[in-house]
Design a protein around this ligand. Structure first.
Ligand code: SF4
Ligand code: SF4
Ligand code: SF4
Length: 270
């Protein structure tokens, strides 16, 4: 019984990026981000840690100041971590933060459902603006619009994915303003050095976890289906509803709404 309890407190994260041994790390209660990176073999080639993205494009970017915080939603929610963020992308000192932000933003174009106009059009515009910033052709007005649109999407997005999309950009600018300035002036030394293959935001967390409805608990009230902008939930009133995994974008909205605790997250291979 005791063993079962301690097992519950372990959560699997995929750690990738600039670490010696990318892969799955069993994260126990209270384990800090620094300890998680050490469990993945530490920084690759002895490089200095620069930043870490917790989650996908709607996760959050953290810097060395947060390395000793526990890797859990409770501790990191104030920075933008959201429930379901299961991947940790570690960036070393040679990575350009603007490039990292741009790549995560690009990932929204395949990961998000696109049902809200603000999120769909907003993220598309954010990608365009970040591409312009990368190539040094974004003027002052465009730079301001970048942050205005980010904030607009975070306020008007229907689900947690849209609401979280601004955190990476906002935090990156707060922690590394000089790198944004370098791109505004058309020359980033880190990009010019070409020291790395590009990071791959990828869809690992989306593939590894899924949201499911427990048919024994579902009362068939349809609340979840009505709240799902991805139109992933179907069913007949008073019978168990189901989630189409090909449509679900893991926004967790349904899970938070179900009054009967019938919706849960599960590991696909766990
Ligand atoms: S439902 Fe969520 S992911 Fe889909 S477009 Fe709206 S905010 Fe974006
Ligand atoms: S909200 Fe909960 S109880 Fe209602 S249909 Fe969805 S899973 Fe079933
Ligand atoms: S099924 Fe739930 S988690 Fe998946 S997209 Fe719909 S509301 Fe979001």
């Amino acid at each position: 019984m005791k063993e079962e309890k301690s097992k519950d407190m372990v959560k699997e994260y995929v750690v990738k990026g600039d670490v010696c041994h990318p892969g799955t790390v069993q994260v126990t209660d209270g384990m800090t981000i620094r300890q998680v990176i050490e469990a993945a073999g530490g920084m690759l080639h002895g490089k200095a840690f620069k930043a870490v993205q917790i989650g996908g494009p709607s996760g959050t970017l953290l810097c060395a100041d947060q390395l000793d915080l526990p890797l859990d939603v409770k501790a990191l929610a104030p920075f933008g971590m959201r429930r379901g963020d299961g991947v940790v992308t570690v960036l070393d000192e040679d990575r350009c933060i603007v490039d990292a932000v741009r790549r995560f933003m690009e990932q929204t174009q395949t990961d998000f459902c696109g049902k809200c106009v603000s999120c769909r059009e907003g993220t598309r515009r954010l990608v365009e603006l970040l591409n312009a910033l990368m190539t040094g052709i974004l003027n002052d007005a465009g730079f301001n619009i970048l942050f205005e649109i980010g904030e607009m999407v975070s306020v008007t997005g229907f689900c947690a994915l849209g609401k979280g999309v601004y955190d990476t950009l906002k935090n990156a600018y707060q922690f590394f303003p000089e790198e944004f300035e370098a791109h505004r002036h058309g020359h980033c030394e880190l990009c010019a050095a070409h020291r790395h293959l590009p990071i791959e935001p990828g869809n690992i967390p989306y593939d590894r976890r899924r949201i499911v409805i427990d048919p024994t608990l579902c009362r068939g009230c349809s609340r979840c289906a009505r709240s799902c902008h991805a139109e992933a939930i179907t069913g007949v009133i008073k019978s168990p509803f189901t989630i189409d995994q090909n449509k679900c974008v893991k926004c967790f909205t349904c899970m938070e709404l179900c009054a009967f605790g019938a919706i849960r997250e599960e590991e696909i291979d766990g």
